[in-house]
Design a protein around this ligand. Structure first.
Ligand code: EPZ
Length: 422
């Protein structure tokens, strides 16, 4: 398993291009199941999770081809299977997003239950309840979701008591081809959900209100193929802002969407980080000021995203004074805490809150990545650290960041990737 060796203390300087959004690409790739023709997507990042989704769709019989650096063509014409197998779903739980489209298009689906992951149990009860309300018969058998419907799914009013991004996405896709109108109340408002709705509408769907808490989908008989460009990755962008800040550097993001990052930018500015938008659209982060403590609560969009919690915690570790970071979305998303403590951070867990006592600087150490965003926080800490840091199991990072080591090295970081090892 690969590892990173990072020598900290180098201020990051220069421009960096933001890749396409992993969490928009995954559901949009699944939406091609609904199409009666080929779909071409651009700004699709080269990531492990995207490769896994390519495998899932190929397993269904679809023809999936990488046609360029960031482009993928998917032809759903060859679909002849309706099962997402355990060995793929276990490695990427977003595979569950084939469930809604397979049911809507073919009336059947067999999808392995995702099982838990490092950050929590992550059940799919809300997905299944909503699909059942649309007329699907759902059975759980031997670790699989067995779903079927005679004829078409029926439009229904779906009420999500708690926000679910994946649940909203599965229902958007299921409802697009359902018979009648579906209203989702309590829909997730994430930009990735809006991007999926925009891609579906470009295929001929009739979705209104995406990005609001009530979304209306008027089912249509069929959807045609599409050429669609995926939005940029707001979490990669936020991660690079934090990296620029913690190294007291000056980094300009290119190809990002500032309007998707308001909550993150607000918190960084509150901490004394200077963030300016250039006339040419670049977003400049300047970390030369003193870092102030911060209070962060992770909440659904447009609030502060849970996917940035580990990263801003690393920054708070070297701010003056006491910060409080509260995780409200997942029940076990503090796996980075003991690793940051190994690097000299002063952190105390108190339920779903971590109290951060700022220290002057991280110390280089050997640490272990445990999940995608935790590994990003270790990279951020290592960029600041005094001395060398070795981050093992960097495959976690490769799931969600496209060539992060190369992007950081281009900005002046001293980072090398070592192949192999434990
Ligand atoms: C999406 O996961 C993202 N993944 C996650 O990003 C992100 O952290 C999460 O949304 C929250 O924003 C993708 O888009 C591929 P949820 P998802 O359904 O859809 C509970 C990353 O780092 N829940 O909004 O799985 C669930 O356990 C990843 O890129 C139920 O209880 O998240 C969690 O506590 C990590 N029952 C909360 O709701 C359900 O049926 C939010 O889950 C569904 C969810």
């Amino acid at each position: 398993m690969d590892k990173f060796i990072i020598s900290g203390g180098k201020p990051l300087r220069g421009d960096v291009a933001i890749s396409g959004s992993k969490n928009a690409s995954l559901p949009i790739m699944c939406s091609s199941i609904l199409a009666d023709g080929p779909c071409s997507y651009t700004n699709v990042p080269r990531l492990q999770d995207i490769s896994t989704m390519e495998k899932v769709l190929s397993t269904l019989g679809m023809n999936v081809i990488r046609t360029g650096e960031d482009a993928i063509d998917i032809d759903p014409a060859g679909i002849d299977a309706f099962e997402a197998p355990y060995d793929l779903v276990k490695s990427m739980r977003a595979s569950i997003l084939v469930l809604g489209p397979l049911l809507a298009k073919f009336g059947r689906a067999k999808v392995s239950l995702p099982g838990g992951c490092a950050i929590g149990v992550r059940p799919i009860d809300m997905h299944l309840k909503a699909l059942a309300k649309m007329g699907a018969e759902i059975n759980l058998s031997h670790g699989y979701v067995m779903a079927g419907v005679n004829g078409r799914l029926k439009g229904a009013t779906i009420v999500f008591d708690n926000t679910t991004v994946g649940g909203t996405e599965n229902i958007l896709m299921a409802a697009a081809l359902a018979d009648g109108v579906t209203v989702i109340q309590g829909a997730a408002k994430e930009p990735e959900v809006v991007d999926l709705a925009n891609a579906l509408n470009a295929m001929g769907a009739r979705i209104q209100g995406a990005g609001e808490s009530t979304v209306t989908i008027e089912g249509v008989k069929s959807l045609h193929g599409v050429n669609y460009r995926i939005i940029p990755d707001r979490i990669e962008a936020g991660t690079l802002l934090v990296a620029g800040a913690i190294t007291k550097g000056r980094v300009t993001l290119r190809g990002h969407r500032t309007d998707h990052m308001v909550a993150v930018i607000e918190k960084l500015v509150e901490m004394g980080v200077s963030i300016q938008e250039l006339p040419d659209g670049g977003l400049v982060v300047d970390g030369t000021g003193d870092l102030q403590p911060v209070q962060v609560e992770t909440v659904p969009y447009p609030g502060f995203p849970t996917d940035m919690q580990a990263q801003i915690m690393a920054l708070a570790c070297v701010a003056k004074g006491v910060s409080r970071i509260t995780e409200n979305i997942f029940e076990n998303r503090f796996m980075h805490v003991p690793e940051l403590v190994r690097m000299g951070a002063d952190l105390q867990e108190a339920g779903n809150t971590v109290i951060v006592q700022g220290v002057s600087r991280f110390q280089g150490a050997s640490v272990m990545a445990t999940d995608l965003r935790a590994s990003a926080s270790l990279v951020i800490a290592a960029l600041n650290a005094n001395g060398y840091t070795e981050i093992r199991r960097i495959y976690h990072l490769d799931r969600g960041y496209e060539g992060l080591d190369k992007k950081l090295a281009k900005l002046g970081a001293q980072v090398t990737r070592e192949k192999g090892g434990l």
